[in-house]
Structure formats: structure tokens, C-alpha cells
Design a protein around this ligand. Sequence first.
Ligand SMILES: Nc1ncnc2c1ncn2[C@@H]1O[C@H](COP(=O)(O)OP(=O)(O)OP(=O)(O)O)[C@@H](O)[C@H]1O
Length: 299
Amino acid sequence: MVNDRAVVVVDASGLGAGERSDVERAITDILGEEEGVSEVRVAMMADKVHRRIIAVGSGKGGVGKSTLTTNLAVALQRMGMKVGVVDADVYGPSQPKLLATEGQKPRAENDKLIPIESKYGVPVLSMGHLVKPAQALAWRGPMAGNALSQLVDADWGDTELLLIDLPPGTGDVQLSMLQKHKPDGAVLVSTPQDLALIDAARAGQLFEQGKVPIIGLVENMAGYQCPHCGETSDPFGSGGFEKVADSIDLPFLGRIPLTLDIRKAGDSGEPVAASDSEQGDAFRAIAAKIADWLAQEPA
Ligand SMILES: Nc1ncnc2c1ncn2[C@@H]1O[C@H](COP(=O)(O)OP(=O)(O)OP(=O)(O)O)[C@@H](O)[C@H]1O
């Protein structure tokens, strides 16, 4: 006590942003009731978390970058990592739907957004939580860049890994990310079609120029698995990406089949990696490679 002021120092290491403010509120409420206390001050101390950022990028849209980001985050969370997702796809945010947080609005405290807790233990922030999609369409360079900063500089608490779901291509958001929030590594995703491969190579160049190590390439929608007979066919060809990965000397992280289940799971906000399904295994195998990469890279 200092005169009639109660000062409490709390070791908040390991608590998420929401838990920290709950503890702070509880202490303030309880001590505020005490006789002789006119003011309560709570100082939250925590070990600084060393947070790493991995960007998930693609050359063109619709190749499954958001689906991959969600499932990798859920898979890594289930492996024991504290993972958050930033949906930097300012112009077409899909993480609110994929992580079943649609319609929720993040709170702000001390000028920082508090990420939304999804039911999968993966906190998430998206422009889709803040504005209507049509509003963001009018944004140009600096506004889109500032929007990204708000999301990345939010109060991520004890989150140790942020996966950033980038917009497709090499526009303003990507440049702003390289300048202000340089990722520790990048994962590139593409479908097996030739055009997509060429575009992915372009996205790769952006990271290389920005001196961001490329962790590896993921081939999505590789082979269609028939839900009736289980047979796999290759509407877009297969293996092309692996060859590209080889020819440009980048690790190939894995292949995700095109399945009805993955599409339905995305639409209903129930990522396949959240269950022990065969579909989830493909994402888990890639997540394991990313975890290996993180373990090898000096933090
Ligand atoms: N392996 C897959 N099997 C079946 N459907 C898939 C698969 N991967 C993604 N999809 C579906 O394809 C569509 C596009 O996927 P997604 O939104 O993840 O792509 P994106 O590259 O992030 O797109 P955008 O450029 O619009 O952000 C979604 O309907 C998604 O459910």
C-alpha cells in the first residue's frame, strides 16, 4: 500500500492477452472493495516472448493459401506450439470463416487489438473482423500497409509463432510486410497448373529479394480423390511443383489432394487438421517439417 493506493505486481508470464486482462480486472475488483483503498494499480510483468513470423504466400489467388495457413496453424497448435494467424488478405479475408470466428469483433486495449480466440486454440486477427470486405477494396498502398501493421502489432500475448496469410501476388501488403514485419521464413503454395507455377516462382523472387528464407513449397489440389471410390485422378496434372522445387533448389514440403472434405471443412469452419482424419495427415506432415525448420533455425 502507498497511502490509500494499492499497488500489485503480477508475474503474467505464459498468460494470453485475454487472461491478463481478466486477472487485472479481478484484482482491481477485489482490492477496490477493501476499506481504505481508493485506487488499485496493477503492473503486469511477463517474460518477453520471442515471436517468429512465417508468411504463407502464392503467386495467384484461389490456390488454397488460406486453407493451408489455417490447417498448418491448427496442426502446429496440436503439436504444442502457441500459434496465431494474421489474415493479411486485406482485400479478400477468409480466416474468419475458416477458423469459425465470423461476426466477432476484436477489442482494443492500450491502442492494441486483442486477437480473437478461435475454438481451436489458435488466436486470429483479420481485416474481415474489422471492416466489411467491400470497404477494404478501396484501400491503396499505405492504408493496406497500415492495416497489416495493426494486425501484426496486436497484443499477441504468449503467441510464439505467427502465420501470416498473405494476399496473392506481389502488391502493397507484401512490400509493407517485408519492410516492417520481415518474416523469419516463407512457405509458397501453388496448384500444379503451369501458370500457377510460374506465378509462384514470382512470389518466391519477392521473398528472395527481401532476404526472407523460403522454407519450402507446397503443392495443393494435387490429384482429385473421389469421395465414392477413393481413387485419385489428376485434373491439373501432378508432380509439377516438386520438379520446380527441385530445379530451383528449394525444399518440397508436401502435397495436399483436392478433396470434397477439405472444401466442405473450410466452408463450415472446421479445419480438417483439427480432427485425426486422413485429410488432416497431409497437413500434419507439412506442419512437422515446418516445426523441424523452426527448431533448426537460430531463434
Ligand atoms: N485441397 C483442397 N481440396 C479441396 N478444396 C480446396 C483445397 N484447398 C482449397 N480448397 C478450396 O478452394 C477455395 C480457395 O481456397 P483458399 O481460399 O484457401 O485459397 P486462397 O489461395 O487463399 O484464395 P484467395 O486468393 O481468395 O485468398 C476454397 O473454397 C477452399 O475450400
